[in-house]
Design a protein around this ligand. Structure first.
Ligand SMILES: Cc1ncc(COP(=O)(O)O)c(C=O)c1O
Length: 424
């Protein structure tokens, strides 16, 4: 029996995440080295501290540890966010904070509470697929705005708003990932952050600032001053700020948070009641204990050095392909390296070839809302070990050379086609 006729219009428009799809595909390939998911390295999870805290919490002394809790979040954790936020320059009251089940839920709440069907949402080109899914599910129209090397082009934002309004449609919000963006790794510059806040005021829109990677700056090229959130300077109350413990503690804890003007948080609270009643009580207590023990600061130190090391290994391995095969902006933090390949390369075809050599990645086009980016690729260096990165990048280089060679005219040479295929 076909169930199509039972599905809602919203369900018909829903899109499966390209990254999740890659996970299912990859599971069937032996010896696969995957650069696809933006997963943290499980070797870096604070196992010992969490084991000890979990044992304590499950002693039964705190009956709330396995009970329903407030939808807003576990009170002591909401309190503990204050110094953490202050260290990022953000002043907030308790009423402006809400715990979410991952920042992904924060994005879903944004979509439910702030978007009507056909509203326009402005996003970076390219942008995070999970946000695309949440906004598409709310039947928003997504409009992409190109980025320079220091992030989104503010003049282009102005033009986009003018175009949308001339068509009689409404722009609700701009979604940005200012720190080590997923997928490009880009960092929005200081001056641009200030201009974005001014722009939001002038254009009368909200900014949704998604910041899961801000703590993961690489000491060789960035510091805390570079990652100061827009929210820290949001005197006008234009910014909805999302952050998460997924990349710094562990994503399995599904604990993240929102800071936003109180009326917005109140609506998020009501919407969350219908979604999950509350974020896991045990998870929130574990995070609270971790923060109390100073674990976040310790993790930050370890993770910055660890992921910077992996980025160096990945860059070196790609450079060994030889010149002319790929270019990328050097990530100054985060999990991702964003490759632009020669225009003749189609990343979908490359992926099929790469899977044959047991290596995977996410095709860049998944992150573009305008259908472009056919020759771009997102590589995540966070999860594989350094030897796996070396081996996987060597395999990918082989796949890329094979793909380019397959495009040479029969009997011709690379000189005839204008494609140069370096050896190495
Ligand atoms: C930019 C961005 N936002 C949100 C998320 C979701 O994170 P969480 O595990 O907190 O739901 C991710 C995860 O990869 C991300 O990269």
């Amino acid at each position: 029996m076909s169930y199509e006729r039972f599905f809602s219009h919203a369900a018909a428009a829903m899109r499966e995440s390209a990254i999740r799809r890659m996970g299912t595909l990859g599971a069937r390939i032996p010896d696969l080295i995957s650069f696809a998911p933006g997963f943290p390295d499980p070797a870096m999870f604070p196992w010992d501290a969490l084991r000890e805290a979990a044992g304590d919490l499950l002693s039964g002394d705190d009956r709330g540890a396995l009970q329903y809790g407030p939808t807003r979040g576990y009170g002591p954790l909401l309190q503990t966010l204050e110094p953490l936020l202050a260290s990022r320059g953000i002043a907030s009251t308790l009423d402006q904070r809400l715990i979410t089940s991952g920042s992904q839920q924060g994005l879903d709440l944004v979509a439910r509470v702030l978007i009507d069907p056909d509203d326009v949402v402005l996003v970076e080109l390219p942008t995070y697929t999970g946000a695309i899914s949440a906004f598409v599910n709310a039947r928003a129209r997504l409009m992409g705005v190109r980025q320079d090397e220091d992030g989104i082009d503010v003049d282009e934002l102005d033009r986009a708003v003018a175009r949308v309004r001339a068509e009689g449609r409404r722009v609700r919000l701009l979604y940005v990932v200012p720190n080590f963006q997923n997928p490009t790794g880009l960092l929005i510059g200081h001056d641009k952050r200030r201009r974005l806040l001014e722009w939001a005021e002038k254009a009368d829109v909200l900014i949704v600032e998604d910041d899961p990677y801000g703590d993961l700056f690489f000491p060789d090229s960035a510091g805390p001053a570079d990652t100061r959130p827009l929210k820290a300077d949001d005197t006008a109350g234009r910014v909805v700020y999302l952050s998460s413990f997924s990349k710094t503690l562990a994503p399995g804890l599904r604990t993240a948070w929102v800071v936003a003007p109180e009326p917005i948080v109140q609506k998020f609270d009501v919407a969350k009641q219908a979604a999950d009643i509350c974020t896991g009580s045990l998870d929130q207590r574990l995070v609270h204990r971790a923060l109390g023990a100073g674990l976040l600061a310790a993790q930050g130190e370890r993770l910055r050095a660890h992921y910077q090391g992996k980025r160096i290994v990945m860059e070196r391995a790609i450079a060994a392909w030889g010149p002319g095969l790929a270019s990328w902006p050097r990530p100054r933090g985060g999990f991702f390296l964003w490759l632009t390949l020669p225009p003749a390369v189609d990343a979908e075809r490359l992926l099929r070839r790469a899977l044959g050599l047991s290596v995977s990645f996410v095709t860049g086009s998944a992150f573009f809302v305008d259908g472009s980016g056919h020759n771009t690729v997102r590589l995540s260096f966070s999860q594989p070990s350094e030897p796996e990165i070396e081996e996987g990048i060597a395999r990918l280089g082989r796949a890329l050379r094979e793909e380019l060679e397959s495009q040479l005219p029969a009997g011709g040479s690379s000189a005839d086609s204008g494609i140069s295929v370096p050896r190495g």
